[in-house]
Design a protein around this ligand. Structure first.
Ligand code: MEV
Length: 384
């Protein structure tokens, strides 16, 4: 079966769901035995698409490819909202996304640089030498086609004086990159101190990953947005009002973005990625122009509601806990080829969750659907 749009998936028995995922993702006996081990744990509940360590969201069609999405989250309504958003998006070909790049920034902080312009010139003149030193510190990354690509010099005024801040720009390919980048900035540090005659302090990756930004869009026929007694036009109006408030009001922008991160964090966690790094990147990007803003936007274009998300996404398919049994299982269920594909998928899940939340909030409210699932959760818990 090559579609993730399975009618009534959540109402199927656990064994039927596992069978579908097994065939879709070509799971083997080892994978299934891991799934079952999680199901034997005392806290496992047969609820809202729980399979092994994950809850599974359905209906995702991203850049023409179907995905069942493993999510790690305690809240069943988040998975239901993601699946509903994805179902609406796939009416018009699903989500379309692209990555700008896969580069991370390593920062090297220099204090007491007396002759800033001269020091800056020395650094830029020796850029090739410094990049070579950086690349020698991670030969494996270079062998795979990644490595240090550029150096930038910034002047930052702090309360303790002017800092020279060097940015080492590194293509980390399918890795999140913290290890490679931190190793490289430490490697160039002695030569940088010679060239600037400054005193170095911090040498660390920046999570404000502006060279690793993903953007995703989707469009939904307005007539399909209806919920309960609310017509599609009314739901679309509610979504536009919600966005307008989020753009004008940080109290709302914060909650708006939390709803997006509900979906993003759950997939990031399932795949063994560093969700704190991604949270830090997204929230700093939301405030990149000096004002905290919503990270998604919705607009009406003719008969469609169009949604957009643009965020940094330092996600990996190799390294760290992506190599754990659970991380590998999630990546296998997703059938992703590389970190860029995963990042586009993850941002799509965030956009789907945002759509799910805003369409309910702007019409009948979220408590009806949320409480129905929550009640089921409590009842199953009590009956054990
Ligand atoms: C709750 O986990 C998430 C929402 O508050 C998001 C939002 O308000 O947009 C429903």
């Amino acid at each position: 079966m090559q579609t993730s749009a399975v009618q009534g998936f959540s109402r199927l028995s656990l064994e039927e769901k596992i069978k579908i995922i097994k065939e879709f993702a070509n799971l083997n006996e080892d994978d299934l035995s891991l799934v079952r081990k999680y199901q034997e744990l005392p806290d496992f509940l047969e609820l809202e698409n729980n399979i092994g360590p994950f809850k599974i969201a359905t209906n995702f069609l991203v850049n023409g490819k179907d995905y069942f999405v493993p999510m790690e989250i305690e809240e069943p309504s988040v998975v239901a909202a993601a699946s509903r958003g994805a179902k609406l998006a796939r009416i018009s070909d699903g989500f379309k996304g692209k990555y700008l790049d896969s580069k991370m920034i390593g920062q090297l902080q220099l204090l007491d640089v007396e002759h800033f312009e001269e020091a800056e010139k020395n650094i830029l003149d020796k850029k090739d030498e410094l990049l070579k030193i950086a690349n020698e510190a991670d030969e494996m990354l270079v062998k795979l086609g990644g490595g240090a690509r550029d150096l930038e010099v910034r002047k930052v005024n702090t309360k303790r004086g002017v800092n020279m801040v060097l940015h080492l720009v590194v293509d980390t390919l399918d890795a999140m990159g913290a290890n490679a980048v931190n190793t490289m900035v430490e490697a160039i540090n002695p030569r940088v101190m010679e060239l600037t005659r400054g005193k170095s302090c911090l040498k660390i990756i920046s999570n404000f990953a502006i060279y690793r930004v993903v953007s995703v869009e989707c469009k939904i026929p307005i007539e399909k947005l209806g919920i309960g007694s609310y017509l599609g036009e009314e739901v679309a109006e509610g979504i536009l009002n919600a966005c307008a408030l989020a753009k004008a009001d940080i109290y709302r922008a914060s909650t708006h973005n939390k709803g997006v991160m509900n979906g993003i964090d759950a997939v990031v966690l399932a795949t063994g990625n560093d969700w704190r790094a991604i949270e830090a990147g997204v929230h700093s990007y939301a405030a990149r122009n000096g004002k905290y803003t919503p990270i998604t936007d919705w607009m009406v274009e003719e008969k469609f509601l169009v949604g957009k998300i643009e965020i940094p996404m330092a996600i990996a398919t190799v390294g760290g806990a992506t190599n754990s049994k659970k991380g590998k299982l999630a990546l296998k269920i997703l059938r992703v080829q590389n970190a860029k594909e995963l990042g586009i998928l993850v941002a799509s899940v965030g956009l789907a969750n945002n759509l799910g939340a805003l369409s309910a909030l702007g019409s009948e409210g979220i408590q009806a659907g949320h409480m129905k699932l929550h009640k089921k959760f409590v009842e199953i818990g009590k009956s054990r």
